[in-house]
Design a protein around this ligand. Structure first.
Ligand SMILES: [Zn+2]
Length: 154
């Protein structure tokens, strides 16, 4: 859940090298089923939980907050397991939106020289789902995004 202002510096360095120096045409953010991080994010009860956890986890969880909120809005009536599955995919989209907070990534996406893709590996039924984020200028975080070319390999 990298974000321009909060991302881990080594991850940002790798990303910057790939995008600016190697000029890769595609970035793929992959999530997976039964994710322990997402389960922790979805089962965190209160602000108190938030404070008592260690800093790295707290930072990660705070970046995941928007994924949890939109999951609760869209799937709040489903079982905990279904909500986690929803949030696993939602957090991928929120990571893709966070990538757009890097000015040099947004620039290349805007020019059509870089595509941002989401991927979801479900190791329970051995399928891989893939989709592409549609770039919309002026887009900010939250759930205002569109996706295209969703396909599932099994
Ligand atoms: Zn995970």
């Amino acid at each position: 859940m990298l974000q321009y202002k909060h991302g881990a510096s080594e991850t940002t360095a790798a990303l910057e090298f790939a995008v600016n120096s190697l000029q890769v045409p595609n970035v793929l953010v992959v999530g997976h089923s039964r994710c322990g991080g997402i389960q922790a994010l979805m089962s965190m009860k209160s602000k108190k939980d938030d404070r008592s956890s260690r800093t790295f986890i707290r930072d990660w969880v705070s970046l995941g907050k928007s994924a949890r909120l939109s999951t609760e809005a869209a799937a709040g009536n489903l079982s905990f397991e279904s909500q986690c599955r929803h949030c696993e995919k939602e957090s991928i989209n929120s990571s893709l939106l966070n990538l757009l907070t890097y000015p040099w990534i947004e620039e290349r996406v805007k020019e059509g020289n870089l595509n941002l893709h989401g991927g979801y590996y479900n190791f329970i039924d051995c399928t891989f789902e893939k989709w592409t984020l549609v770039y919309r200028p002026g887009l900010e975080g939250g759930s205002k995004y569109a996706i295209k070319n969703r396909s599932t390999w099994s």
